[in-house]
Design a protein around this ligand. Sequence first.
Ligand code: AMP
Length: 238
Amino acid sequence: MSSSVTALEQGRDLGRKIQPGPILLLGAPGVGKGTQAKELVKLWGIPQISTGDLLRANVAQGTQLGRVAKEIMGRGELVPDSLVNEMVAVRLLEPDTVRGYILDGFPRTLGQANWLDGRLATQVESLPVVAVSIQVNYNQLLRRITGRRNCPVCQTIYNVYMNPPKRDGFCDVEGAALVQRADDTEEVFKERMRAYAALTAPVVDHYREQGRFAEVDGDRPIAVIAAGIVAAVEKLRG
Ligand code: AMP
């Protein structure tokens, strides 16, 4: 058995023992928050709440929020806190969040973090949040972002450099033509990294100072990182 498979098996054993509660996945664009969130969903059966995915769904549906967000996202900037907080508030009312949820890409500003902290403080039955920050170096992130392709049908994520599909440009599972996100270009990536450094890095410090915080090295096989996150959450919930 490979070491990464063993690591995920160990993670699974750990993961079954705990009540996950609210989990924040923090980290720069391309560190693998979405990929890891999907691993944790399989393990714990709690939902992934990706503000990027929710915003893209609004753009695709042409809602009022989507029309405002489209331009901002295309520039690699952040959508205003009030709009994102409201969208998250509505999503957190869904009954599937009762045992916990994985917030992926939220909070991204101190304003969002303070809003979330305030909201959770009013919910006595909710466990406190556990924050996990995934670390990957800049050059690696650039390759991940510019090489990223998604299946529009099953949402499987590929990378043309590191995890290519068997047939160039097509999903292994669905056979659908893969798509690239409009903001996954080098130019927009640089703006997203600037927004991350200015606005989101302080959020990482905010949760580090609160405790219930862990950092994991995101430059390892997916299953090994997932096992690291599970072990960290288990320890912080212990
Ligand atoms: P993501 O899929 O998480 O990389 O997000 C894609 C884009 O959606 C970001 O570059 C932002 O423009 C926007 N976005 C996603 N989440 C947030 C958030 N929490 N606050 C503000 N803007 C967001």
